[in-house]
Design a protein around this ligand. Structure first.
Ligand code: FAD
Length: 321
């Protein structure tokens, strides 16, 4: 049966996040011929709306308000609930990002609907089945939607492929005005760190370093390799604890969960808490001087050797390709 679906798109630094396009693809599967409406909230973001048509949205609604300039749970919840009141969606799909994780349970409660979170695969149908990793990725659970809706689905970035971009697709971006009031917390200031490059949680290629890199400078060859491959640098908690890099790079149970196409683990042992954040990567390459390191148990390819020799050699070889 055709379903009416709303996708909550997300933008960061005035760019739409890739997971928004993946959420549209997931919504298309679930919609069964029904309408997929992408909703983008923020301040002065209307110019981004058009792109959502190119990735398959049937309608695009932009919600602009000064209180939406920076994410706060309260303001975004109020804005989205006003859109839901008008649109009456059967299903709401959004990314399993820090925003998605924060908002989705609250929206589900308000809609009095189920929440299917951290979904990595969908079997569409009248009562769809959602696959999600459990026990830190050691098992997968399938949950079935027993009601037609409304319910909320968050999808893990990098698991459900976005539809191919159709440059010629376009449409009229609708605007929806919202009334936001009685906020319990507001953002006074945002102090940005001087980081750039590829977003770790959405990167297709990650080069992650562990305590084996031995210093902040030891991360430089990893950064060079990541830049060459168009990827991002990540880290184990061992490397963060040793102050070789910032905690924002930490991958694992208490860090970011990533599922890139290629994960190159360099000088990290592969502790269970680290595996929890990366073992679902599509291809894992491990570089470690200890042949007994547990990371080799999950690796598709392993190089036993000194990372300070292997990484520069790999970079040189790849430069020559
Ligand atoms: P180590 O275990 O010290 O491994 C370093 C590796 O580098 C070794 O295998 C060594 O053989 C190799 N090496 C050394 N020199 C070289 C060289 N020259 N060339 C090649 N290889 C070399 N950890 C996380 O990563 N993420 C988490 O989210 C996380 N959450 C945690 C939550 C809890 C509650 C707890 C208790 C722990 C958590 N940890 C987490 C920590 C985790 O248990 C490990 O301590 C940590 O992952 C180890 O980091 P590491 O692999 O970099 O260091």
């Amino acid at each position: 049966m055709a379903k009416k679906i709303i996708v909550l798109a997300e933008a960061k630094n005035n760019e739409l996040r890739n997971v928004s396009f993946e959420a549209i693809a997931a919504a298309k599967e679930l919609a069964d011929g029904g309408e997929v409406t992408a909703v983008l909230a923020g301040e002065a973001i209307a110019s981004l709306g058009e792109q959502l048509f190119q990735y398959g949205a049937d309608r695009v609604i932009v919600v602009e308000h000064p209180e939406l300039a920076n994410y706060t749970t309260d303001a975004y919840k109020q804005a989205y609930l006003q859109v839901f009141d008008k649109e009456n969606p059967d299903i709401v799909v959004l990314g399993h990002t820090s925003v998605g994780k924060d908002l989705s349970p609250r929206l589900a409660v308000k809609l009095d609907g189920a929440l299917f979170s951290d979904v990595v695969a969908i079997e569409a149908g009248d009562t769809p089945v959602f696959t999600r990793p459990i026990y830190s990725g050691k098992a997968f659970e399938k949950r079935k939607a027993v009601e037609e809706g409304p319910y909320i689905v968050t999808i893990r970035p990098n698991n459900i492929a976005a539809l191919a971009k159709e440059e010629s697709a376009s449409g009229e971006v609708e605007t929806h005005s919202v009334d936001i009031q009685d906020l319990r917390a507001i953002v006074k200031d945002v102090v940005k760190k001087a980081t750039g490059g590829v977003d770790l949680s959405e990167a297709n290629i990650i080069v992650a370093g562990g305590r084996g890199v031995k210093s902040a400078d030891g991360f430089k060859p990893l950064q060079e390799l990541a830049d060459l491959l168009g990827g991002a640098v990540g880290a184990s908690r061992g490397a963060c604890d040793a102050e070789y890099c910032d905690y924002s790079l930490q991958i694992g149970q208490t860090g970011k969960v990533v599922t890139p196409d290629l994960y190159i683990a360099v000088g990290l042992s592969g502790a269970i808490q680290h595996l929890a954040g990366m073992s679902n990567s599509k291809v894992i390459v491990a570089i470690n001087k200890d042949p007994e390191a547990p990371i080799f148990e999950v690796a598709d390819y392993g190089i036993v050797g000194d990372l300070f020799e292997v990484v520069p050699l790999l970079t040189e070889e790849l430069k020559a390709v």
